[in-house]
Design a protein around this ligand. Structure first.
Ligand code: EPU
Length: 338
C-alpha cells in the first residue's frame, strides 16, 4: 500500500475533471483498509472513491482519497434455481454484468453498461430500465470507518429507495462497503421488458422471446444511442433525480403544459422526467466554457474536455432556478458534489 501525494483525479472521475487530492491510496485488501483507516491524516478527512461515475469535483480535495480496489467474485451458495455471489466492491459493474451473462445468471441484465463499481451500486440503489439493484441484492459487508468493525447489512437495513440508501443519509460517510452479495437466478429467469424502449429494440430486431443476453444487448444499444460515453465526453449520467410531485399539482401543471409526462408512483404522487423539464426550459444542447447539456439527453451535463467543476455546478444551479421558476419544481442533484 502506497500513499501518493498531490495526485490528479482526472483519470478517476467520469466527468474528467482535473482536480487534485492531497493524498491518494489504492486499497486492495481488508487488511490494508484497516491499516489506512487507522492513520491520522485519513481520520481527519477522507473520501472513498469507486469508479468516480457519480461525482462532481469542484475543487482540490485537501484530504485522503481512498480508491476502493478490493476485487474478486465468489459463489457462496447455490441450488438448482439460485446462486449467491459475493463480489468485491472494486469490481467494475458492467464487467460483473457480463460475467453473469456468461454464466447464464439472471437479474442484472437491465442494469447493463452502468458506469461505476459494484461497491458504489448499493449506495444509490442504481436503477435503469425497470430494475433496481435492490431486486437482486442479498446483503453487503462494510467496515465502520471509526471502530473498524465489519458489519453485515441485509436488504431491509439498507432502506433502499429511489436512488437512496442508508449510506446516503443516516450512515453517510460512516462505512466503507467492501463486498456485495447478489442473489441471481440460474434458470426460469424473470425477463423484464416493461420499459417501452426495450420492447421497441426487441421488435426492431425481431426477437419474440428474449433471453437475458438479448435484454442486455437491447439495454446497451439504448444507452449507447442516448447517453454519451464518458470515455469520449465527460459526464456522470443523470445529473438530477426525477422529481416526484403531488398528483393535484401535476393536474395543475398538465392544464398549463398539456404535453408534460408523468408516471403515477402511488395514489398521491407522480414522478416527472427531469429531462423533460430541463428540455422545456430550453437547455438541451446548450454549451458554454467547454461544458453543457447533452444534445440527446437533457438530464446529462457534459464536460467537453477543459471544463471545470465549478462551472458545471453553476450551470446546474441555473438549470434548477429556471425549472423552479417555470414549473415550481425543485430538482435535486443525483451526483455527489464535492
Ligand atoms: N425526456 C425528455 N428530454 C430528453 C430526454 C428524455 O423530455 O432529453 C423525457 C421523455 O419523456 C422520456 C423521459 O424523459 O420518455 C424518460 O427519459 P429516459 O428514458 O431517458 O429516462 P430518464 O428518466 O431521463 C432514468 C434514470 C437513468 C436510467 C433511465 C432508464 C434517473 C435520474 N435517471 O432517466 O439513470 O438509465 O431512467 O431507466 O432516474 C443515471 O442514474 O445516471 C441514469 C442514467
Amino acid at each position: 500500500m502506497t500513499v501518493l501525494e498531490n495526485v490528479s483525479l482526472k483519470a478517476y472521475n467520469t466527468f474528467g475533471l482535473n482536480t487534485k487530492a492531497a493524498y491518494f491510496i489504492s486499497i486492495g485488501t481488508i487488511k490494508d483498509l484497516h491499516a489506512i483507516l487507522k492513520r491520522e491524516f485519513v481520520q481527519k478527512k477522507a473520501m472513498i472513491l469507486g469508479g468516480g461515475s457519480n461525482l462532481l469535483l469542484t475543487r482540490d480535495f485537501d484530504g485522503a482519497v481512498i480508491k476502493m480496489d478490493i476485487c474478486g467474485k465468489e459463489v457462496i451458495a447455490e441450488d438448482d434455481d439460485k446462486v449467491l455471489i459475493k463480489v468485491g466492491a472494486g469490481e467494475n459493474w458492467h464487467e460483473f454484468v457480463l460475467y453473469c451473462l456468461d454464466n447464464d445468471w439472471g437479474g442484472v441484465e437491465n442494469l447493463s453498461l452502468i458506469p461505476g463499481t459494484v461497491g458504489a451500486a448499493p449506495m444509490q440503489n442504481i436503477g435503469a430500465y425497470g430494475v433496481e439493484i435492490q431486486h437482486v441484492f442479498d446483503h453487503l459487508t462494510a467496515v465502520n470507518k471509526t471502530t473498524l468493525e465489519t458489519r453485515r447489512f441485509n436488504k431491509d437495513e439498507c432502506k433502499f429507495g429511489y436512488r437512496e440508501s442508508v449510506f446516503k443519509n443516516i450512515h453517510k460517510d460512516e462505512y466503507v462497503i467492501t463486498h456485495v452479495v447478489f442473489k441471481l437466478t440460474k434458470r426460469h429467469h424473470t425477463i423484464n421488458t416493461s420499459y417501452g424502449a426495450i420492447e421497441d429494440v426487441l421488435k426492431q430486431r425481431n426477437i419474440k422471446s428474449p433471453g437475458i443476453r438479448e435484454v442486455s444487448e437491447a439495454v446497451v444499444s439504448i444507452r449507447q444511442s442516448k447517453l454519451p460515453d464518458p470515455e469520449e465526453i465527460g459526464n456522470a449520467g443523470s445529473f438530477f433525480k426525477n422529481p416526484t410531485i403531488d398528483k393535484i399539482d401535476f393536474e395543475g401543471l398538465k392544464a398549463e403544459f398539456p404535453s408534460i409526462p408523468g408516471y403515477e408512483i402511488s395514489d398521491q404522487m407522480v414522478k416527472i422526467p427531469a429531462a423533460w423539464l430541463i428540455e422545456n426550459c430550453g437547455w438541451k444542447g446548450y454549451t458554454r466554457n467547454h461544458i453543457g447539456v447533452h444534445k440527446n439527453q437533457a438530464l446529462v451535463l457534459v464536460n467537453y474536455g477543459n471544463g471545470t467543476g465549478s462551472d458545471l455546478k453553476m450551470l446546474a444551479s441555473e438549470i434548477q432556478d429556471s425549472v423552479a421558476s417555470k414549473f415550481g419544481i425543485e430538482l435535486s442533484p443525483e451526483v455527489n458534489i464535492i
